[in-house]
Design a protein around this ligand. Structure first.
Ligand code: SAM
Length: 192
């Protein structure tokens, strides 16, 4: 069984922000073994969990979780009727340990009003700690924040939290993380 199927604890970043997602339909993109799909379902969200790996999807299946096998990087996939990133569809989106840059603006557009995108993956410099080390899979400094700034509907988004640097847990790595809300009121974005 591959590593991503063994890793079952939700990320601390996702655990922190998932409870802020309004109830509705959530997306776990490149879900792997489904650790975040299960977390979102346990919070009462209906979840669409997408991955190209059928074995991963078998491990992900559960109550409130619908699975979809799809290669998100196949040329022309955006025209596939099953393509999940439709505008305004989700109250929550989670992406962890996966990067396909053309999807970044579509992920933001796929948020419903008040919806939250929680994204966490490896960043440049991670090669010193192991894989991934291919620059295609490593975020440049500030890249997730830049994706929000570059979105044509920039003023619709509020960055609630952003981190970019070294982490020792769950293993030494360079990571970048963002939590972004679309719309919502000032009270929705209160920090405490
Ligand atoms: C490192 S795992 C992360 C899994 C999960 N997000 C997590 O953090 O536990 C990366 C996942 O991306 C999926 N993936 C990679 N390329 C993909 C593609 N082109 N389309 C859909 N899924 C893909 C893999 O099958 C794998 O499950």
């Amino acid at each position: 069984m591959s590593l991503h199927l063994q890793q079952d604890q939700p990320s601390a970043w996702v655990r922190r922000f998932a409870p802020l997602m309004p109830l509705g339909l959530a997306l776990d993109l490149a879900c792997g073994g489904g650790r975040h799909a299960r977390l979102l379902a346990s919070l009462g969200l209906d979840v669409l969990a997408v991955d190209r790996d059928p074995q991963a999807l078998l491990a992900t299946e559960g109550e409130r979780i619908h699975t979809l096998a799809l290669d998100l990087e196949r040329p022309g996939v955006e025209s596939d009727p099953a393509f999940p990133l439709l505008a305004g569809r989700y109250t929550g989106i989670v992406v962890t340990n996966y990067l396909h840059r053309p999807l970044l603006p579509l992920l933001l557009s796929a948020l419903a009003d008040g919806g939250l995108l929680v994204y966490e993956t490896f960043a440049q410099g991670n090669g010193q700690f192991g894989k991934p080390s291919n620059p295609d899979f490593l975020l440049a400094p500030g890249e997730l924040w830049q994706a929000v700034s570059d979105h044509p509907d920039r003023s619709a988004f509020h960055v609630i939290a952003f981190e970019d640097g070294y982490t020792a847990s769950p293993k030494p790595a360079m990571v970048q993380r963002i939590c972004v809300r679309r719309g919502g009121s000032a009270a929705d974005n209160a920090l405490g």
